[in-house]
Design a binder for this molecule. Structure first.
Ligand code: GDP
Length: 527
């Protein structure tokens, strides 16, 4: 086996504006990848979404920063970008299936916001460890205890503060590192912090100096808080962290680069490396010598001149070397991986080798689908697929020109295989039976554009009032469901022919559940 740095592969989940771009920049900066930092920022350039080239530009930037790798303290760290804002889509969710842990970034003044909840749910479903970074402490923040209560009440996760803020906003003095018993000192007005520590509460602490630094009131408050946390807080428990039941919490300020480096160091110590993955023939461990991996994302048209697609492969085991041959398990075909790419912000680099935990981009001539498994050698197994997530926007869709029926179906088929959209069918005859499901508005616009540009079909999109899809577990038939009297639902089939109920809202979902106590409705499905 070749030697290489241990891997840490994670995604940052947050609501727009919590500071993900800023935090990512700082992390890359510690890894010496400073030249990419400004480029991460360029994602923010807002573009009109009606024009494909604009969409391309906008997405192109977030695409090239899909995966960023940097090195720190002997680790190779992969950050998976989860697009937010208006390009929120199923990709955002799927990306989380390739991460071994997540960093949940929260704005200290706003607390938990809607997009955080959605992304958290996907992490919880996977049971991956979640590290919480509470950002913007240099601004007025909510009470830290109230923030922790929110974690428990809104998300249902226990928390263990690793550090504790001393004041906030104009009074912010720094954070108290509970394990090291030291204050990391915040100096107002400093745009970029270098670290400075003062021991506190321990033998080598100079109480007078700390008091002089942070003030008597905050010192006494800290003393009280520290004691309260020790007595009443959840104790540190690595096992509970590993299973996603307890989240270590860090306070800091990404913009002023305060607490980020300390966070990174704790994270690298506490976060798991590449996890084993379940396949239909048993567990595959990262140490296994043969390469294996699965496709979790396909990005079309990165380069408009070539109309190429890039398939993102998460390596589960073994070592990838350039030019090697692998088996595409679904089709049984052998494929030579000659032009793989790794992504570092704007640059697309051709890579020579990669290891379990890494993500590589493969040129896709049109054979890959979301969830496909690639393995080295003759042994064929498949990883449990990448699930479909419940769309939130539904629309009836048809070709404006009925003569384009065939192209329309081909487009629907291919775009859904690629994971760009999901479609469902109703029992209605012919062309009126197609329902499109997407997670974000931009996904709809991209769909409309690509149907026109790639399949020559003008589509008519008629929005529907549903906001969630629930897959019906087991082999229930449509007529066995008790939904008829209620107008807020529609029974459809997904692409694989499984029964799905589209519902107006969570209220309708509860109603459906009450009327069908023996039916299990689920919000994700595996193919
Ligand atoms: P994203 O949408 O999550 O990527 O958020 P950005 O990183 O773009 O940050 C949103 C805004 O919050 C920007 O104006 C940042 O400068 C600002 N910001 C991010 N982190 C901090 C912080 O720690 N303190 C303060 N005061 N502002 C921050």
């Amino acid at each position: 086996m070749s030697t290489h740095e241990p891997r840490k592969t994670f995604a940052i989940i947050s609501h727009p504006d919590a500071g993900k771009t800023t935090l990512t920049e700082k992390l890359l900066y510690f890894g010496g990848a400073i030249h990419t930092a400004g480029m991460v920022k360029s994602r923010k350039s807002k573009a009109a979404t009606s024009d494909w080239m604009e969409i391309e530009k906008q997405r192109g930037i977030s695409v090239t920063s899909s995966v960023m790798q940097f090195n720190y303290n002997g680790y190779a760290i992969n950050i998976l970008d989860t697009p937010g804002h208006q390009d929120f889509s199923e990709d955002t969710y799927r990306t989380l299936t390739a991460a071994d842990s997540a960093v949940m970034l929260i704005d200290a003044a706003k607390g938990i916001e809607p997009q955080t909840i959605k992304l958290f749910e996907v992490c919880r479903m996977r049971g991956i460890p979640i590290f919480t970074f509470i950002n913007k402490m240099d601004r007025d923040a909510r009470d830290p205890l109230a923030l922790l209560e929110d974690l428990e009440e809104v998300l249902g996760i226990r928390s263990c503060p690793m550090n504790w803020p001393i004041g906030s906003g104009v009074d912010f003095q720094g954070v108290y590192d509970r394990e090291k018993q030291q204050v990391e000192v915040f100096r107002k007005g400093e745009a970029e912090h270098s670290r400075s520590f003062m021991p506190v509460f321990s033998e080598d602490a100079d109480e007078a100096a700390v008091r002089a630094r942070i003030g008597d009131t905050l010192y006494e408050k800290l003393e009280e808080d520290a004691e309260l946390l020790d007595i009443a807080g959840d104790p540190f428990d690595q096992e509970k962290i590993n299973s996603g039941k307890l989240t270590p919490v860090f306070f800091g300020s990404a913009l002023t680069n305060f607490g980020v480096q300390s966070f990174l160091e704790y994270f690298l110590r506490l976060a798991p490396g590449p996890a084993p993955r379940m396949s239909d023939k048993g567990q595959v461990v990262p140490e296994s010598s043969k390469l294996s991996g699965f496709i979790f994302k396909i990005q079309a048209n990165m380069n408009p001149a070539h109309r190429d697609r890039i398939a993102f492969l998460r390596i589960v085991s073994g070592t990838f070397t350039r030019g090697m041959s692998v088996q595409h398990v679904r089709t049984g075909k052998k494929i030579k991986l000659s032009q793989p790419q790794q992504f570092l912000a704007q640059d697309r680099n051709i890579i020579e080798d990669a290891y379990a935990g890494d993500i590589i981009g493969l040129f896709d001539p049109g054979i890959f689908g979301i969830g496909d498994t690639l393995v080295e050698g003759n042994q064929a197994y498949s990883f449990a697929g990448v699930p479909h997530f419940s769309p939130e926007i539904f629309a009836r869709v048809r070709a404006k020109d009925a003569m384009k029926y065939k192209q329309f179906h081909k487009g629907m088929q291919q775009l859904s295989e690629e994971g760009a959209v999901q479609y469902f069918t109703t029992a209605a005859p012919g062309a009126e039976n197609m329902i499109l499901g997407v997670v974000g508005q931009l996904q709809l616009e991209v769909f409309e554009y690509r149907m026109r540009a790639e399949y020559g079909v003008e589509v008519e999109i008629q929005p529907l009032g549903y906001s969630l899809a629930r897959w019906v577990k087991g082999d229930k038939k449509e007529h066995e469901l008790n939904l008829i009297q209620y107008g807020g639902s529609l029974t459809v089939k997904d692409r694989a022919g499984r029964l799905v109920v589209l519902l107006e809202n969570e209220f309708a979902e509860r109603w459906a559940q009450e009327k069908n106590p023996d039916v299990e409705f689920v919000s994700t499905s595996y193919e």
